[in-house]
Design a protein around this ligand. Sequence first.
Ligand code: OAD
Length: 261
Amino acid sequence: MSDSSDKKAPEDLCHCLQQARRVVVLTGAGVSAESGIPTFREAQTGLWARFDPMTLASPEGFDRDPALVWRWYQWRRQLVAEAQPNAGHLALARLERLVNEFVVITQNVDGLHQQAGSSKVLELHGNIGRTICSETRQLIPDDWLRDQSAEPPPSPHHPQGLARPDVVWFGEMLNEVVLDAAMRSSAECDVMIVAGTAGVVQPAASLPAVAREAGAKIVDVNPDAGDISRMADWHLKGCSGTWLPRLVDCFELDSNNRECG
Ligand code: OAD
């Protein structure tokens, strides 16, 4: 994997970031890869290379075999519970304090942005740490789940309901309020930093185009090239744990200058 570890952010990019007042960061599974959480689509290591998404991440799969789906998510929850935010997450938490209008839009369900200290996070695909009723979608408290031994536990909210993770499965709609907010921020930002996403799952994949059409500059951080890096103004080839801190350094440079000036 090429990581450009000796490179600084290009000067024109750094200048552009210093001018930006409204910044959106769109993240995907690659941002959590350096925390030990597997991505989805990478050959060999991606979850979808080893598991069938329609069996494990669709309402039909859950109807067919709820125990299998519940256990798979319990395994993923364990991976997330053992993970720590990495340098990329921490850099974005730092960035929130440097830019007035700032939001992280994430496709990740691991909560690592919040754990790193980010408070402005739009979770497009939900959060694996929460559990909801399969019938009513009401939250099921952890206290209640602790006393249950069935896999999955029954829901306290509905006689036919089962506990399921609060994540968006294939074929399901995203939360409308969260998606609207993500669309609005994308259409209003000066710069969108995209990091660690293959950019193939809609509607998240179309947010960089929304930003670009509204006049924003796009930066893509990814070791591999894809549709987003091809439309981006800058493609920083390498890991988010390396590049995001460097990008945030550009903003910090600016705020130091302002303090001195
Ligand atoms: P993918 O697994 O499709 O893509 C991960 C991307 O991260 C790839 O482009 C990798 O090249 C890149 N990558 C890997 N390591 C990286 C690193 N250290 N730094 C930066 N980039 C790195 O994951 P997503 O695009 O997030 O949806 O997938 C989108 C959605 O598809 C997920 O949210 C999930 C999945 O099905 C649901 O579960 C609903």
